[in-house]
Design a protein around this ligand. Structure first.
Ligand code: HEC
Length: 268
């Protein structure tokens, strides 16, 4: 009986291994982790600067007040002189003048407010979204994105990253395609073509930008870090407080242990 169960298990496992999964669109996306650290104030400050310069033309962050940027180590003067334009006041939220209705006309979709986008999408998605733009002559803006198909946002950072185009490689067997996706070590998408073949999509450099791949990766990571921060600014205080509490408990443990040893030494 046991032997029979064992054979059945082995057969089941073999059948499982041999079956090649059918991939739907978007399923086979392999994203790379965002190298962002939310307690890194220098990175957050760069992220704030880049957000104001490159994103606030279209996106607001209406739940974030400028003066909360003091929490990432900036002084009010630095915020006023470098990050605020027009007649905005230090206690104001980070709103913009663009009207959503007009924007919808230009881009097909209005640029959403990015205050809590990191909670909706997560850091990994945001990071890969910023890496995932490529040239697409069929789209209205001339751009498309591997992570967000037919996105209405143009690649506003193309001068930094350079322009990329899709590169598709066909594989007969699923394991080989997966191995190639892992070996690529970048954002890839694996889909099943109608003929049963597997198509691995990566992005290939067409014209280089002013930054190399590593520099652009760090630039994107700073922005993601900042978006993560504004989605919940108080989290950094909680993490710091948590570390203090753990440290305090550690010291308390040592004291308690020493007291216990002292106490028992008299009884033995
Ligand atoms: C020229 C205007 C413009 C600029 C500048 C711009 N965006 Fe966008 N962005 C858009 C539009 C339009 C959309 C909506 C796309 C859609 O839904 O198809 C969008 C969407 C997004 C989304 C996806 C939101 C979602 O639906 O989950 C993110 C994230 C984002 N932008 C981040 C950024 C960041 C970060 C910057 C700065 C580096 C930036 N954007 C600069 C126009 C812009």
């Amino acid at each position: 009986m046991r032997a029979r169960i064992l054979t059945a298990c082995v057969a089941l496992a073999a059948a499982f291994a041999a079956s090649t999964p059918a991939l739907a669109e978007g399923d086979g996306l392999r994203m790379i982790p965002a190298p962002a650290h939310r307690l890194d104030d220098a990175s957050l400050q760069r992220g704030a600067r880049d957000f104001v310069n490159y994103c606030m033309g279209c996106h607001s962050a209406k739940y974030m007040r400028y003066n909360r940027l003091t929490e990432i180590g900036l002084t009010e003067d630095q915020i006023k002189n470098n990050l605020m334009f027009g007649d905005a006041k230090i206690g104001d939220t980070m709103t913009i003048a663009m009207s959503p209705v007009e924007a919808k006309g230009w881009f097909g979709n209005a640029p959403p407010d990015l205050s809590v986008i990191a909670r909706v999408r997560g850091n990994e998605w945001l990071y890969n979204y910023l890496l995932g733009f490529y040239r697409d002559d069929k789209s209205a803006t001339g751009w498309n994105n591997l992570v967000f198909h037919n996105v209405g946002m143009p690649h506003v950072l193309w001068q930094l990253q350079g322009t990329r185009v899709l590169k598709e490689t066909e594989f007969e067997e699923y394991p080989k395609a997966v191995a190639a996706a892992i070996a690529a070590r970048t954002l890839t998408s694996l889909e099943q073509a109608p003929g049963g073949k597997y198509v691995l999509t990566t992005l290939e450099m067409q014209t280089p930008g002013t930054m190399n791949e590593q520099e652009y990766g760090e630039f994107a990571a700073d922005l993601v870090n900042y978006l993560d921060f504004i989605a919940e600014p108080a989290k950094n205080q909680r993490i710091r407080l948590g570390m203090l509490v753990v440290l305090f408990l550690g010291v308390l443990f040592i004291l308690a242990y020493l007291t216990k040893r002292d106490y028992w030494s008299e009884l033995h």
